[in-house]
Design a protein around this ligand. Structure first.
Ligand SMILES: [Zn+2]
Length: 343
């Protein structure tokens, strides 16, 4: 009886199916075969694949397919294969929905953001989408994912996930690398255990501040797990600008203001109409700001880049359109952080 003895290999997972090769029969040795695409599956003492081995090969090929569809890296693929194998061993079988959930769990563990589009594409290509709505499948996968995370004690890498989600969304709006730094810093300050919400909120906030005309709704729809649109509404914002160490002051609700980071002079202050979930609007956030501080002469702009020292934002966070929490995010930016403002 042949047996799969392990999944090994430090090499890369290929984007092709595992390949079984039969070793040449040597009369003095027991005939066997090995799978020589990663993860390596080594069989011994068997003339043909048992049904269990065929099953495992099937699992691996489905994992490869899923990893490829979701455009994930090879390390994540290897981890997904390990998780899938554990599920198989625990229950004696594995469903397509669990293959996808295992892949997502591996991505969360590695801190790799997943787009909703890539997950939906996996549903389609693995024929999971038949006779079911996308929302139904999303919910099913989410349940499987939670079960896998708990049962195998898989820990999400929140830090890396936040950065990864910011990058995913920043790519979508065409933000340059330098402008992503404040986005990442703010996203971390919003809620570390909610990488998708925090990244989307931060990127959306800076998108408006940078006057990038991308559709917010479609931005929120990019991430997986799916998140309710527009749960965070900016209520007040305060910035300290230029190079210095003055923190942005606390502001009243529905106020936007900016101060000089060096001397603290108010550069701009405005009360604005409260945004609503239907009409979120933070375009009143100050931008009519002089290039240097009129009081101390500190540089505020670097050509079209606004130099950002600290940000304080109060978000209203809505639970199912009923309960509203206020979330305060307050961060010092790394020295000379800046965002590129579109004219
Ligand atoms: Zn000043």
């Amino acid at each position: 009886m042949s047996q799969v003895i392990g999944v090994t290999g430090d090499d890369l997972i290929l984007d092709e199916l595992p390949f079984v090769s039969y070793e040449k029969l040597d009369p003095n040795k027991s005939p066997g075969f090995s799978v020589n695409r990663l993860p390596y599956i080594t069989f011994f003492d068997g003339k043909s694949l048992t049904s269990e081995e065929r099953m495992k090969l099937g699992i691996f090929s489905n994992i490869y397919k899923t990893v490829r569809i979701m455009e994930l890296d090879k390390e994540t693929g290897k981890e997904a294969a390990r998780i899938a194998l554990k599920i198989y061993e625990q229950q004696g079988g594995i469903r397509t929905s669990e293959i996808i959930a295992a892949t997502i769990a591996a991505a969360m563990e590695k801190g790799v953001a997943i787009s909703r589009e890539s997950v939906e594409s996996a549903y389609e290509k693995l024929s999971l989408a038949e006779n079911k709505t996308t929302d139904e499948i999303h919910n099913k996968i989410k349940k499987k994912l939670m079960k896998i995370m708990m049962e195998f004690n898989i820990k999400s890498n929140w830090e890396r996930l936040t950065v990864s989600y910011v990058n995913l969304l920043a790519n979508a709006i065409g933000a340059d690398n330098t402008s992503r730094v404040p986005m990442i810093v703010l996203a971390r300050a919003i809620n570390r255990s909610k990488p998708t919400h925090s990244a989307a909120t931060s990127v959306e906030f800076f998108k408006d501040l940078m006057r990038i005309k991308a559709n917010s709704e479609s931005l929120w729809k990019m991430v997986w797990p799916p998140i309710d649109k527009k749960k965070f509404i900016v209520d007040s914002v305060s910035l300290s600008l230029g190079v210095g160490n003055k923190e942005a002051p606390d502001v009243e609700p529905r106020t936007a203001m900016a101060v000089c980071a060096k001397c603290g002079t108010t550069l701009y202050s405005i009360e604005y109409k409260p945004p609503t979930p239907m009409n979120p609007n933070i375009t009143h956030i100050p931008l009519h700001i002089p290039s240097v501080c009129p009081h101390c002469g500190a540089k505020i702009w670097d050509n079209n880049r606004l130099i950002l020292r600290s940000v304080k934002v109060i978000f209203k966070y809505r639970h199912n359109n009923t309960k509203v929490d206020k979330i305060k995010a307050s961060v010092m930016m790394p020295m000379e952080s800046s965002i590129a403002i579109k004219k």
